[in-house]
Design a protein around this ligand. Structure first.
Ligand code: 5AD
Ligand code: SF4
Length: 438
């Protein structure tokens, strides 16, 4: 039988992109060809996100679009992986009748067997969650990457149960991966020319494997090579320890960037959201970051219009943004998700126009702050890891500094993967422009 071809499409967070690389590896080892185009595919696997309703709607639209490809290639089978698969299970195959299989995030080892059955015309759903699966022994195939920067998944699941969030239901209990396998993966990447790894988990600060905590793990990975940068995401403010910040301060190659989702600046909202910290606690953590790692950039996530949010709560969020002066923020309108505490006990009582207006106010404020922060960068010099040609012009390259800010500069004689020194000469709210110095 000729080899069968799989095409994987990924939506959602970095974790999902990391998972797709695990899926690619599992299927590659089972004799499938993993293609980066849909053209010849026998199977299309869509790795999905369930975090907000609009993420799910977008994926449903894509699934329906694929009907056209299926009528051209009748053998083409479509499967849904990831968070939406876990949330909706086999019901998804009833609602979207061109879907042949749904596979949750802890069942990817079963994919070779599932594809065999599906090829024979069966429909399959595997959505059991595990308390132990970390895919620790699977070496991900690096797909669609730049050969410079890679994700390493260090833990899975989440049990914080924030009132708005579907993740504990789609990704199951928290579990950490053996640090030896993480370090081995980082070493292999370094030997293959990678210059940057990002350690991923829903709440990396609660990483714990037989007594090895996150700060120790970070140190172990940072010590693979001083020429390999280490990033991490995401930190929960309640668990951001001084010890992690000390570890960052002690290693130059741990990047000066902390992503610390605030979600709201109002203590009443934070309590209702079940976040386990107050605005004061959060600001204390921001002070700690600035104390230990003075050149650190800080980024966040925020939700506008959570249940019962008043104008006063919203003002507290704006005030938080003014106090912290984030370098970047992911800003969202609250979307009620089935199964969550909010869905069971609260009402989605903020009208959409108000959510939209509050979100726009946060976006406008943040845009102004980001621009002001970037203006302060003019004249500074940074070590930049070159990633590739800039999206705007082939005559320019772009890369990132340790703070994760994008710098664009004239090309000269440099290569992607190289570290260069760049002086910032100009900026927008999103990008720094600079010139090579050497
Ligand atoms: N509605 C809107 N945003 C949400 N997030 C999580 N759940 C929801 C929801 N129901 C946001 C949070 C989280 C980020 C990944 O997505 O800000 O940090
Ligand atoms: Fe989306 Fe959350 Fe699942 Fe990531 S873990 S894909 S953000 S629902």
């Amino acid at each position: 039988m000729a080899e069968k071809t799989v095409y994987i499409e990924t939506y959602g967070c970095q974790m999902n992109f990391a998972d797709s690389e695990v899926v690619g590896s599992i299927l590659g080892n089972a004799g499938y060809t993993v293609s980066d185009t849909i053209g010849e595919a026998d199977f299309v696997l869509i790795n999905t996100c369930a975090i907000r309703d609009n993420a799910e709607q977008r994926i449903r639209k894509r699934v329906r679009e694929l009907k056209a490809s299926q009528s051209r290639r009748p053998q083409l089978r479509i499967g849904i992986l990831g968070c939406m698969a876990e949330r909706l299970q086999s019901q998804l195959m009833v609602e979207e009748e061109n879907v042949s299989f749904v596979v949750g995030p802890d069942s990817y080892r079963k994919l070779p067997e599932i594809l065999q059955q599906v090829a024979k015309g069966r429909k399959m759903a595997e959505t059991e969650l595990s308390t132990t699966e970390t895919y620790a022994d699977i070496e991900p195939v690096r797909m669609g990457g730049n050969g410079i920067s890679a994700y390493i998944s260090i833990m899975r699941g989440c049990q914080n149960y924030c009132a708005y969030c579907v993740v504990p239901y789609t990704r199951g209990r928290e579990r950490s991966r053996d640090p030896e396998t993480i370090v081995a993966e980082a070493k292999a990447l370094y030997h293959n020319g990678y210059k940057e790894v990002t350690l991923l988990g829903q709440n990396v600060n609660s990483y714990n494997f037989n007594g090895v905590g996150f700060p120790e793990l970070m140190a172990m990975v940072a010590e693979v090579s001083p020429r390999m940068r280490v990033r991490f995401a995401t930190s929960h403010p309640k668990d951001l320890s001084d010890s992690l910040l000390q570890t960052m301060a002690a290693h130059d190659n741990i990047c000066r960037c902390v992503h610390l989702p605030v979600q709201s600046g109002s203590n009443r909202m934070l309590k209702l959201m079940n976040r386990h910290y107050t605005a004061e606690w959060y600001l204390d953590r921001i002070d700690a970051i600035k104390r230990y790692v003075p050149d650190c950039s800080i980024t966040t996530d925020v939700i506008a219009g959570f249940c019962t949010e008043t104008e006063e709560d919203h003002q507290a969020t704006l005030e938080m943004f003014r106090r912290v002066r984030y370098d970047y923020a992911y800003m969202f309108k609250f979307s009620m998700r089935p199964d969550t505490y909010a869905a069971k006990h609260l009402q989605d009582d903020i009208p959409d126009e108000i959510k939209t207006r509050r979100l726009e106010e946060i976006i406008a404020l943040q845009g102004q702050i980001a621009l002001e922060n970037n203006r302060l960068e003019i004249g500074k010099e940074y070590e930049v890891l070159v990633e590739g040609p800039s999206h705007r012009s082939d005559a320019q390259y772009f890369g990132r500094n340790s703070q994760n800010k994008v710098l664009v500069f004239d090309r000269h004689d440099v290569q992607p993967g190289q570290y260069v020194k760049v002086r910032v000469t100009d900026c927008t709210a999103a990008t720094l422009k600079g010139e090579l110095i050497q």
